[in-house]
Structure formats: C-alpha cells, structure tokens
Design a protein around this ligand. Structure first.
Ligand SMILES: CC(C)(COP(=O)(O)OP(=O)(O)OC[C@H]1O[C@@H](n2cnc3c(N)ncnc32)[C@H](O)[C@@H]1OP(=O)(O)O)[C@@H](O)C(=O)NCCC(=O)NCCS
Length: 135
C-alpha cells in the first residue's frame, strides 16, 4: 500500500537517492548536495509517496496557494512507476494549492505523460536562465 505525506522535513540523502532512481536524476543537480538541500528546504509544497519506509515518489513545488503552483519536480522510483503514484502526487499538489493553477516544464521523457493525465499544453511558456541577460 502506498501512503502519501506532506512536507519537506525529509532526509536529503533519501531524496537524492529517489531522484537517482529514475530518469529525473540525470536532469537535476544530484551531485551538488548543498544545492539539492536548498531546493528541498525552500520548496513550500512537497508531497511524497511511501512504500513502507521506502521513499518512492515526490512532487516538489513552489506555490503562493492562491494563483500559481510551479511543479518543479515530479519523480517516481522506476520500480514503482505506472501504479498511479505520479497522478496521485499531482492530485494532492492541486488540492493543497487551493485556487492555484499548476504550471510545469516537462522533461522530454514525460512529454506525453501530462496530456493523458489531463494537463493542458501552454503555447507561450518562457524561461530565463540564471546566466541569460535581459536585453
Ligand atoms: C513521469 C512519471 C512522473 C509518471 O509517474 P507514474 O507514477 O509512473 O505514472 P502514473 O502511474 O501516475 O500514470 C500512469 C499512466 O501514465 C502514462 N505514462 C506513465 N509514464 C509515462 C511516460 N514517461 N510517458 C508517457 N506516458 C506515461 C501511461 O499511460 C500510464 O498508464 P498505463 O500504465 O495504463 O499505460 C514517472 O514515470 C517518472 O518519474 N519518470 C521519470 C522522471 C520524469 O520524467 N519526471 C517528469 C519530470 S517533468
């Protein structure tokens, strides 16, 4: 049975190991422990999925609980994928965000996951990297 918890008071090593246990590990700074720690500490809506004591999923978001929730990382352990955990993590994130709309950037490997889960593609998403200059 999978249980779900709210909150970012988590063991950082367990969280990093979860990212490494699926393809998201290659797309997040898992070798920068201090940075991963900041990512976890400053996220204000974190939902986790547990199989007993084993961390099997995470939805890590930043939200104002009123207008927008940026779902930065959605990850499910490879051994536990396709059991509905990803969708449940998003359902709880949506519920906890109140009136906020969930916004996210899909990893290429999950590009077809979100439309079948009910999310709408937005044609005008824009990003600015930390080293990109405003011209
Ligand atoms: C993408 C991810 C979060 C989905 O979570 P999940 O718990 O495996 O998915 P769910 O069980 O909630 O949904 C299952 C359904 O979604 C679809 N699906 C699952 N993974 C998919 C993928 N990678 N691409 C497309 N569709 C996918 C399938 O239709 C599946 O239904 P089926 O088993 O009946 O075929 C998970 O596979 C994962 O962590 N992937 C690696 C990291 C990643 O890419 N994260 C997204 C970053 S934006």
């Amino acid at each position: 049975m999978i249980t779900y918890r709210l909150g970012n008071d988590l063991d950082l090593d367990q969280v990093v190991e979860l990212y490494r246990s699926c393809s998201l590990g290659a797309r997040r700074p898992v070798d920068e422990r201090e940075r991963m720690g900041r990512m976890l500490r400053n996220a204000n809506l974190v939902v986790t999925a547990w199989d007993g004591d084993l961390l099997v999923g995470i939805a890590r978001s930043l939200t104002d609980f009123a207008y927008a929730t940026y779902l930065s990382d959605l990850a499910v352990r490879e051994t536990h994928q396709r059991l509905g955990i990803g969708k449940e993590l998003m359902r709880i994130t949506q519920r906890e965000g109140g009136q906020a709309r969930i916004v996210l950037l899909s990893a290429p490997a999950a590009a077809t996951y979100y439309p079948q889960a009910g999310l709408t593609q937005h044609p005008s998403a824009w990003t600015l990297g930390p080293e990109d200059a405003i011209r």
